[in-house]
Ligand binder design. Sequence first.
Ligand code: ZN
Length: 200
Amino acid sequence: MKKPPVRTASRSHELDFIGDHPAIDLVNTVRMVDGELTDTLQTDGDVVVWLGLASVPVSPALASWPEGSLLDATRRLRAETLKMIEAKKAGKRPPLQGLNAFLEAAVSHGRVESRTGTTVEFRRVYHARTPEEYLAPIAEAAADLLANGDFDLVRHCASERCVLRFYDRTKAHCRRYCTAAGCGNRAKVTAYRERKRSGK
Ligand SMILES: [Zn+2]
């Protein structure tokens, strides 16, 4: 892949979670930007922001890791996830070794916390002492997708120029585009122009 220009905090978050599944959203962090295939994660900070938006709390150990190690681990997890998704879509046995290495680092425990009144919430707390541990919720999401996902619903945006994928959670399973306002609208405009040109 061509090395894209460095994009930091100014990266756009508009398309970050259109995949409707955390593992697909991670894969979607490589996308077309101004007509070029671009890795939108360029720094550890980009990853922290993305994970935060994905509801993964910041690791307290973050400052002690060598610079770039979080980005490196994230890119490895993303590459493994992409390989598995592509294998499943192609009807092939997906490679699991890389994901299992991340899952082995998924150290967590359950925790109950009081909410309003008598309400108690049960949640999972991840230790997040290393980049791999920090990424554990996303690795587990990838494992869940692989084991329990319906891959007929894991699809590419219908636009030829777009590389984004999504998990189609619409009732009728008729989702075609990454976003209605983006690729969906462009497709509509193109179809309209073609109809006009052919005089229909
Ligand atoms: Zn698209």
